[in-house]
Write a protein of this length. Structure first.
Length: 116
């Protein structure tokens, strides 16, 4: 049986940090832990990296750099979905617009019979 991943919806605070620190704690990342952030297919991918240019802040926050926020189509104050894939040591960040587009059903053509 596939385990359902941990997910959290959180805000990007005024400093560009993920407001919810629980994903960082669940990943076992401590203050000073070095991280690398990339964007692939509209998803932010945060991984532990010995030569990462970012670190977990003293109080356990992860800051999403402005360039990454722009690539994701997010800004300070926006909400994002954070999903953990601990077996891959990966924290994923999805803009809510991306989540909405994944969850919305496709428009049905007008000629499709409706059931009631």
């Amino acid at each position: 049986m596939t385990q359902i991943p941990y997910c959290s919806i959180t805000t990007i605070d005024d400093s560009g940090r993920l407001a919810d620190r629980s994903p960082v704690r669940l990943m076992g990342w401590k203050p000073g832990h070095r991280l690398d952030i990339t964007v692939h297919a509209g998803v932010g991918r945060v991984r532990a990296s010995n030569d990462g240019r970012l670190t977990v802040a003293t109080r356990g926050y992860v800051r999403i750099p402005a360039v990454v926020r722009r690539l994701l189509g997010t800004a300070v104050g926006d909400r994002v979905l954070v999903m953990l894939q601990p077996e891959q040591e990966l924290l994923l960040v999805y803009a809510m617009a991306t989540v909405t587009s994944m969850l919305m059903p496709p428009e049905a053509p007008d000629d499709v019979a409706r059931t009631s």
